[in-house]
Design a protein around this ligand. Structure first.
Ligand code: COA
Length: 283
């Protein structure tokens, strides 16, 4: 088995191998080449530091590495089902960690879907520790969505992309890799609503509105009860975007999530965020 930089392959070849590593996955997530390329761009994946395990001409598995200031991120790791349990996953991890050393990062980040025992065991073996659970949530379109009568709105101010970025740069909570400001800098056409309620509640939502889907929904409450104000903000958002299906990734399990649920969101699945310092105390 040989490890080859992922930059030696086309996105078509990489996505074909990636999809084959996921045929029996806990959550089906097929990709196409354009989506994988967009994913790499938005999440700062460096193909020359990502790796493909090869046996002759046959791809056995792959793993990708993202890099940002002081930290790297292991993603899209997978081994084809027929080649598992022969050390390929470990060989890929070794290479991604070696590349992280070369990048001189302090910390390596990754996520694993809750319930994916083989990957979780692999990451624990490499010294990764759980930091928090992240929720991937959806909400169905509702053509009859109205703002409930008990929500008394004082003002709604729509903002453009640049102002949405400013709001996102000042979040109090530490976001996960997907929702870090670096990701949003690579996304076009974000929108935002800043909302004041008559009872003194205030906050904002940023999001990306596609024709059929709202994505990247982020809420921050600046005054008032976090769950109630979040629910109010989301009711106002969805009253304006009745036709779109919504998906939002990596929410924390906190009072804000309670507000999402009140506004019709449901949990699709959970990820576990894990991190390890680049230098382990007891390797
Ligand atoms: C997770 C995955 C990459 C492991 O690849 P692999 O080549 O089978 O892994 P290795 O043979 O190198 O095994 C290394 C370690 O992983 C863990 N592991 C792998 N398969 C396991 C299983 N079925 N059950 C429990 N632990 C397992 C063990 O800790 C193992 O070490 P050990 O052999 O000393 O027990 C592979 O199962 C896979 O591609 N799964 C589907 C995609 C996926 O889950 N990707 C990760 C997304 S976060």
């Amino acid at each position: 088995m040989k490890l080859v930089p992922a930059s030696d392959f086309s996105y078509e070849q990489l996505v074909d191998a990636y999809n084959r590593t996921r045929v029996d996955y806990v959550v089906p997530m097929p990709m196409n080449a354009a989506r994988l390329q967009e994913y790499a761009r938005v999440y700062d994946v460096i193909l020359s530091r990502s790796t493909v395990a090869m046996n002759g001409d046959v791809m056995l598995g792959l793993g990708m590495l993202g890099a940002r200031d002081g930290r790297s991120w292991i993603t899209r790791l997978g081994v084809l089902p027929e080649g598992r349990r022969q050390g390929t996953g470990q060989a890929i991890m070794d290479e991604l960690i070696r590349q992280s050393h070369l990048l001189e990062v302090d910390t390596i980040w990754l996520e694993v879907i809750k319930g994916n025992a083989p990957a979780h065991a692999l990451f624990c073996k490499y010294g990764f520790a759980e930091t928090r659970e992240l929720i991937v949530a959806r909400r169905a379109p509702n053509l009859h969505a109205e703002i409930p009568d008990d929500i008394r709105v004082k003002s709604v101010t729509p903002l453009d992309h640049e102002d949405a970025i400013i709001l996102l740069s000042h979040r109090r909570q530490k976001p996960n890799w997907l929702n870090e400001i670096e990701s949003f800098h690579h996304v076009k056409n974000l929108s935002a609503l800043v909302i004041e309620l008559l009872d003194g509640g205030c906050g904002w939502v940023t999001y990306h509105a596609g024709l059929l889907q709202l994505t990247r929904v982020c809420v921050e409450v600046t005054a008032g009860d976090p769950a109630e104000v979040t629910a109010a903000i989301l009711h106002i958002l969805h009253q304006r975007h009745k036709r779109q299906d919504t998906i939002t990734e990596n929410l924390l399990d906190d009072e804000i999530w309670e507000g999402f649920k009140t506004a019709g969101y449901f949990e699709a699945f959970r990820r576990i965020e894990m991190k390890r310092p680049i230098h382990l105390a007891n390797p």
